[in-house]
Design a binder for this molecule. Structure first.
Ligand code: NDP
Ligand code: 8X3
Length: 259
């Protein structure tokens, strides 16, 4: 039997755009209490309004920068005043910065990727665990990537932090064995969100090229997977899922029309 998300408490990091924003909307449609964080408050406010309209039991948003421990702790202190328990945590905040080779890499890009995708996930999870420990059947969904499974040129640090995400997910599952908390990784392939605009620092032409001639995944595809994972019955843990668009047979093999 599926687990209903009605009146469950769901917290999604990086919910001002892409998978996070769409995920929030999907959990709202299920009647959950939706809590969202990101750095861009205006965007969060818009997502929160959409979640309210979509049928969320309640919606709460607050500034969150997962790259800063104090900021994460402040966020979770605020969250603890809303609810004594959390049913679903989606560690989604992150992304890629640049596509330089190791030889050309920039410290600021490396640091941004490590801070958000890797340390951010650690900080948020550590702060939220007390809200989940007495809550068997609760779910942690870490957003990984196909990039964490197979490396590509220019992806050293991004592929590295997403590979680390997989090891963190597995360590956590071992550490939480016996608590009833499920932990898994949801790994998308090429998906058209703001991801490439961020990676290419606002260069629309370079961003468009990533998705040229193929039908990439869209945020809705990943949001639907989040809902499926979180609605499995408590004895079922979805350890890992890899979702790619049909045109992407593997990291290094994508079929593109007219090319
Ligand atoms: P988007 O750029 O559309 O969304 C990224 C989200 O992360 C934004 O809401 C952004 O919010 C937030 N974010 C980034 N850094 C921080 C931070 N320091 N603190 C808080 N929030 C932050 O990209 P996607 O939706 O595609 O990416 C979501 C996740 O999915 C990422 O972890 C990404 O690595 C992963 N992924 C993406 C794939 C793709 O092809 N699109 C494929 C596989 C995985 P704000 O800027 O407002 O803080
Ligand atoms: C994003 C997918 O292949 O562009 O994680 O790195 S990829």
């Amino acid at each position: 039997m599926n687990t209903s998300l009605r009146d469950k408490w769901v917290f999604i990091t990086g919910a001002s755009a892409g998978f996070g924003a769409e995920g929030a909307l999907h959990f709202a449609r299920e009647g959950a209490h939706v809590v969202i964080g990101a750095r861009r408050m205006e965007r969060l406010k818009t997502v929160a309004a959409e979640c309210s309209k979509a049928g969320a039991a309640s919606v709460h948003f607050h500034e969150l920068d997962v790259a800063c421990t104090d900021n994460v702790n402040t966020f979770v202190d605020w969250l603890k005043k809303l609810t004594p328990k959390l049913d679903v945590l989606v560690n989604n905040a992150g992304g890629a910065h640049g596509i330089d080779t190791v030889a050309e890499g920039k410290d600021e890009d490396w640091e941004a990727m490590i801070e958000s995708n890797f340390l951010g996930l650690m900080r948020v999870t550590r702060a939220c665990l007390p809200l989940m420990m007495e809550n068997p059947g609760s779910t942690i969904i870490n957003i990984g990537s196909i990039a964490g499974r197979v490396a590509y040129e220019g992806g050293s640090v991004y592929c590295g932090v997403k590979a680390a995400e997989k090891q963190i997910t597995q360590s956590l599952r071992l550490e939480l064995n016996g608590t009833g908390i499920r932990v898994g990784t949801l790994d998308p392939g090429l998906a058209e969100t703001e991801f490439s605009m961020v990676r290419f620092k606002g260069n629309q032409e370079k961003s468009d090229k990533v998705y040229e001639g193929l039908d990439p995944l869209v945020a809705q595809d990943i949001a639907e997977a989040m809902i499926w994972i979180a609605t499995r019955p408590p004895h079922v843990c979805i350890d890992e899922i890899l979702i790619k668009c049909t045109a992407q047979a593997a990291v290094h093999k994508t079929h593109r029309e007219n090319s």
